[in-house]
Design a protein around this ligand. Sequence first.
Ligand code: ADP
Length: 720
Amino acid sequence: MRVEELKVSEKVKLILRKRGIEELYPPQEEALKSGVLEGENLLVAIPTASGKTLIAEIAMVNTLLREGGKAVYIVPLKALAEEKFQEFRDWEEIGLRVAMATGDYDSKDEWLGKYDIVVATAEKFDSLLRHGSSWIKDVKVLVVDEIHLLGSRDRGATLEVILTHMLGKAQIIGLSATIGNPEELAEWLNAKLVMSEWRPVQLRRGVFHQGLVVWEDGEVDRFSSWEDLVYDAVKRGKGALVFVNMRRKAERTALELSKKVKSMLTRGELRKLKELANSLEENPTNEKLAKALQGGVAFHHAGLGREERVLVENNFRAGLIKVVVATPTLAAGINTPAFRVIIRDTWRYSEFGMERIPVLEVQQMMGRAGRPKYDERGEAIIVSTTENPGDVISYYIKGKPEKLFSQLSNESNLRSQILALIATFNYRTVREILNFIDRTFYAYQRKDTYSIEAKIKEILYFLMENEFVELTLEDEIIPLPLGTRTAKLYIDPMTAKVFKDFFKYIEKDPNPIGIFHVIALTPDMVPVSYSKRELSKLEEEYYSLKDRVYADDPYLAYDPYYERKFFRAFKTSLILHAWINEVSEADIVEKFSVEPGDIYRLVETAEWLIYSLKEIAKILGASQELLDYLEKLRVRVKHGVREELIPLMELPMVGRKRARALYNAGFKDFESIARATPRELLKIEGIGAKTVEAIFKHLGREVKIVEKPKKNTLDYFLNK
Ligand code: ADP
């Protein structure tokens, strides 16, 4: 169907045309004719990259232009929120305002009320619901991207609860990968279902086994090794995306492949890649990345820093990086198509040993094959070392993806959501709570709520026993201050209980090691793991710091589970402690065998948990002194600095390194900096013209400095 024929405002067509979209893809046409433009709910279950976002965009904008109100677009990851936010800003041209909301779970964010389209992560939107932001009632359309994550153990319940709250109040549009039971989900959502196997680029799938690629159509091609599939793609001027099951393997494979890929690159490419490699900050992870990059290959996993991840994605899309070796978790969602996708592993490690990677995930990985506009068709090949290719084809290629199952009954999710119902949504009786549960996908799927009822009662006892809620004489459940605060902080009630249990020790002798250890013991922190080799060193450190740790001695409990949990939290505490004492990222990576991405994750969670600890401490009657102490600690965690640098952290473009350099050069506060000459500041390591301009501007001084960027810095690379 041509965009012209769409029954929507001319304004919508204008933006589509500007994007170069003249024709709608067939599933888009079907979806837009399903009644979604008239306000009906819709579930779209179609393959990756077949234009789901556009369906939602047209439907959202159509409603906004017709009825006003607001649209909320939910994504699973911050990185995706950023991507969608940038895309949606195209609509600003026709007067719609677009905002992004992630992070900070303890805010009403009333400012969002001024915007028409809000892109948010699921957790953020759930927290906004709990805070009762006044603009929520204006939400006319709720889009849930990657709605199949409803079946994910950790995050599914959040989506399910959001949807249960919004069903009947707003138009719901769900965008899903192909799943096993789309009908069931659509029925629950009272939505029209649009399913399709159509793809913008043809996809050819096969299995590599003992020197042969067996394609789904029965044809066979000879390749001496799976690596040859990569080299062959590069030789043809195209790219390859390889999925493996572990970070280390991604790195090793990338380095290995880069040796040969390097010989296929032009001089110009080699030069650009070298510059790219030199622009990376120094740390052990980046060292490996830099080495691989010089051969036109990169790895991509959760251990990479944020900037590096974006750098890899952008340069792969631009064609400078020829091959990316990635772990599957990260590949979901981010738009990085490649001519050839190779799935090296279909098994991975889990808590319970090796497990098969679900069909749903493998199909999503395969869906990355084929770049619209560049490739006539894409190729996806699963490497099988032991399994018979026929079996792999029937399981992963011809096979049906898994069914979605509600994860609402997962204990930690349920505990948190039940408290939220009482403390922020004013549910007052078990009956009322059960009525809510009755409207969930859980109840829809199970047909009865009998088994969850017992769990809910158990949770209610827990909440009463720990003073989150109480029962009135009229048998009403009412929230207590601890309960209300916990629900709004968006922490697990169990986390609040841990804070409460340790409060008296913290109050008596607040110290960072002990406090970090406590937050790392809560279920809201996923602590880092340690190897057997590291244990004796950790034990040694523990005995030298024993009087600062509040938790019980791990060896007095005679419980191997507690012992492991204790030391994982302890290692996490040591990392955070190094971070706030300005140990360099590179040294932390080296000393603790973690990676930059892990440090970011820990720091982000730790900041939120220390803020929460402070808020819970208020309720428990903490002294102002302790609250001030915790606030300082939070800021130190946020920036990774010693106390004396805190005032400098307000300066723009100044992170922990630059702040330290300023401080050591004698610029310890705003006054001394305001008095400095630009030349004095430019002499300081890591401080360039742009930083000086920004700092002065912040302090009310307007200066313009002309300076060539220093060689081998990111500025240099970007300005060339
Ligand atoms: P999905 O969400 O289904 O994975 P996307 O919405 O990200 O897929 O779409 C993939 C790409 O296809 C985007 O770059 C988008 O701009 C483009 N696209 C979507 N619809 C059309 C269309 N009708 N014509 C041309 N390009 C389109």
